[in-house]
Design a protein around this ligand. Sequence first.
Ligand code: ADP
Ligand code: MG
Length: 293
Amino acid sequence: MKEPFIRVENLSYSYGDGGNEKPKHPAVSGISLEIGEGEYLAVIGRNGSGKSTFAKLLNLILDPTDGKIYISGKDVTSPDMTDEDVYAVRRDIGMVFQNPDNQLVATVVEDDVAFGPENLGLPREELRKRVDDALAAVGMTEFAGYEPHRLSGGQKQRVAIAGIIAMLPRCIIFDESTAMLDPIGRRDTVEMMEKLNREKGITVITITHYMDEAVRADRVIVMDNGRVLADGTPKQVYSDRELILSAGLELPQCATLVDRLRTAGVNIPDGDSTTPEKCAELIASALKGGELS
Ligand code: ADP
Ligand code: MG
């Protein structure tokens, strides 16, 4: 049987107790799941639910307290992992963070994008090609010679993404990468994630507070208290109202609207109400049935 791209088994992590005698409750607690190559996965959950810790475990920034992570069948949490093996995993599983200002290190955009791949010891031409391709992929070619501080937040985030793409990763984790952006920067960044997923086959894991972003993924994982509370399609996950509310999350507004219309006696057919487009279809079919006329 073919090994899944990423498999985590009973993964747990506790931060040090900082001198406090009481053991801290784990930030990530007994997570087991598989992620297939090319998946588009959203991770949601209230503040402190363990999302960032989970992400940092996946790209080996943190060492699990317990449990295993396998990438293409290889145990990357084994004590036999060399430094080179660890760097290879970090190259394969890139991370884009929340604050674009903290991720840009160079004074010129193209140097910033080259920063990661430069350390791979690539031949000059290969490096040039990677930087050019990455800038083109995020639509920032014309900004190659700019100073990053002259760019908007969304543009900076695109440069940060280009720096990751230039490493040719198999997976990119976006840890609330849209949280500090204006609506246009946010839309651009989400479109970028989707394009990388669809056109380059890169596995995308997006950690987000915005449910309109989460419902666009193929699969949604709900975390609470370091555990996975739910794992399914956006429709499956968001149709469990109790679960969403108990995890401290909100339902999509359009789904709430459809619910209220039903409560008010409007005969709206069952169906996916996770996006405005899908809600409009449901309401339209009720209208055509004469329900609202
Ligand atoms: P999320 O990303 O879902 O907001 P985190 O993974 O950042 O959650 O945090 C999970 C838990 O771990 C929280 O209780 C948080 O306070 C704790 N935590 C996170 N980072 C640290 C740290 N560096 N030191 C100690 N505790 C931490
Ligand atoms: Mg976080």
